[in-house]
Design a binder for this molecule. Structure first.
Ligand SMILES: Nc1ncnc2c1ncn2[C@@H]1O[C@H](COP(=O)(O)OP(=O)(O)O)[C@@H](O)[C@H]1O
Ligand SMILES: O=P(O)(O)OC[C@H](O)CO
Length: 497
């Protein structure tokens, strides 16, 4: 048996994880540390960069405890995307907290750019829709707001990066300032076709080029960890944004393969192939991977609130003590037909892209209680998924690709069987849950393992995907459609449409 192992860092929105995978691609050790959420103002969300780094190091050291580090063939990184950091190259210290992907502080700026009629051009170049979600306006905010930062950046003293770049910098002791094409494609500064930084966009957002990381393939040698960190320098061989990594972990390599990940938010990606796609239905075009210089692309639907609504029921309403309790509670729900929960806490993502919408629970009656609200919250995530799937199906039809036939799912929420069944019922698609639901880390392991020669190619990886359970839709179509119409009406009300 091949004794080589891969050390994977999965730095997510709510936690930092390290996972060891064996040469068969199976997880063998896992450690996670929760990440503090900082909410300095309404709609603002930040993370402490030093906390991200120290938790990463602690998780890696924990899973390596008792392991012969000479068996580590490589390290892989996957990460929450778009989250924006700037640090001083001389000290390795961040100049500000990380501005998290969920942060809406640049809504006004995006509105102004929309009004100036620039949105279409940005989409044509980047595949993204003009929204505070992406890094460009967050980086612009840091440069405009923090005293002295612009001039330091212009002198080349400061570095910008998403979380992958920050970790690469820290892991290599300040030797490597790089990112991979999947992460770069979420900044709104990258030209999706050439996968190079777009000079016109850098001018539009007034970003000094000297701040930007080098854009690399998703698999290959990024650099070596500083020798003192793990007792020996380890090669960093794979990097990808977490949703693209999950698509790789779910073996979505052929046009039409779809996965949907349910963590803090929900992100559904459909693989489209080697040519940059164009969404006509308000989804995003994104880089799925770049291997040996050859890009693959995907269309993505991003929803900002999925598991976050479960957290809200736990932390703000207190109707559950732990996320897992929602399953039993939702099962107890009575009819309460017409009850809809639109969890637009930070606006609505795809396909609405409405940063001003705010959440609502509609259709409350005397017989609605905690169980009905819990069910409505989980239903909302299912309806949001149907919103994405409908938009995806239209995009796919326009390029003569068949509509999705099944939905491969992963992420923290899919431990919940009731939710998976409801997802099948409300979308009308079979829902497939794989044996390994740590698909994000697995995707990064596959990338690092490709570079290490442990895995041969994408066909080798695809052959390793194993189904754990398939949830078949049971609700009659007419019933499903009536419920969905109710959802669409509820969304229209929170948007004031
Ligand atoms: N049994 C469950 N039912 C529904 N939601 C759950 C359950 N267990 C965890 N969650 C939700 O899943 C999310 C965590 O998933 P995870 O994939 O770890 O997220 P992230 O990568 O965004 O940090 C949390 O928002 C939590 O509320
Ligand atoms: O950390 P997650 O799993 O919530 O993923 C966050 C996404 O990458 C944001 O685009």
């Amino acid at each position: 048996m091949d004794p080589r192992i891969l050390l994977i860092i999965d730095q997510g929105t709510t936690s930092t994880r390290a996972v060891i995978f064996d040469a068969a691609g199976m997880p063998q050790a896992f450690h996670a540390i929760d990440l503090g959420q900082i909410y300095p103002a309404n709609g603002w969300v930040e993370h402490d960069p030093e906390e991200i780094w120290s938790a990463t190091l602690a998780c890696c050291r924990e899973v390596l405890r008792g392991v012969d580090v000479s068996t580590v063939a490589g390290l892989g990184i996957t990460n929450q995307r778009e989250t924006t950091l700037v640090w001083d190259r001389r000290t390795g210290k961040a100049v500000h907290n990380a501005i998290v992907w969920q942060d809406r502080r640049t809504s006004e700026r995006c509105r102004a750019l929309h009004s100036a009629g620039i949105g279409g051009e940005i989409t044509a170049r980047t595949g993204l829709l003009l929204d505070p979600y992406f890094s460009a306006t967050k980086l612009e905010w840091l440069l405009e707001t923090l005293p002295g930062v612009r001039s330091e950046a212009e002198q080349g003293h400061l570095a910008f990066g998403t979380v992958d770049s920050w970790l690469l910098w820290k892991l290599t002791g300040g030797k490597v300032h790089a990112t991979d094409a999947t992460n770069a494609s979420r900044t709104m500064l990258l030209n999706l076709k050439s996968l190079a930084w777009d000079q016109d966009l850098l001018m539009l957002f007034n970003i000094p080029r000297a701040m930007l990381p080098e854009v690399c393939d998703s698999a290959g040698l990024f650099g070596w960890t500083a020798p003192d960190l793990f007792g020996r320098a380890l090669p960093i061989l794979g990097v990808a944004g977490d949703q693209q990594a999950a698509a790789i972990g779910q073996a979505c390599f052929n046009p039409g393969d779809v996965k949907s990940t349910y963590g803090t938010g929900c992100f559904a990606l459909v693989h489209t192939g080697p040519v940059p796609p164009v969404s006509q239905n308000r989804l995003l075009a994104t880089c799925a991977s770049r291997l040996h210089g050859k890009p693959q692309y995907a269309i993505e639907g991003s929803i900002f609130v999925a598991g976050a609504v479960v957290q809200w029921l736990r932390d703000s309403l207190g109707i559950i003590g732990q996320a897992g309790e929602i399953e039993a509670l939702a099962q107890k729900a009575g009819d309460a037909d017409g009850l809809y929960f639109v969890p637009a806490f930070t606006g609505l993502g795809a396909p609405y892209w409405d940063p001003d919408a705010r959440g609502a629970i509609l259709g409350l009656t005397r017989d609605a209680g905690a169980a009905e609200i819990a069910r409505a919250a989980l239903d909302a995530v299912c309806f949001e998924t149907r919103d994405l799937l409908e938009a995806m199906a239209k995009d796919m039809a326009s390029v003569r690709m068949g509509a999705p036939k099944a939905l491969k799912v992963d992420g923290g929420m899919v431990r919940n069987d009731w939710f998976c069944q409801r997802l099948a019922d409300l979308t009308g698609l079979p829902v497939e849950r794989p044996q390994v639901t740590e698909t994000t880390a697995m995707g990064a392991a596959y990338l690092a393992g490709l570079a290490a020669g442990i895995f041969q190619d994408t066909a080798d990886i695809a052959g390793r995907w194993k189904l754990e359970r398939r949830f078949e839709p049971t609700l009659p179509e007419a019933c499903r459609d009536v419920l969905y119409q109710g959802w669409s009406a509820a969304v229209a009300r929170v948007r004031g449409v």
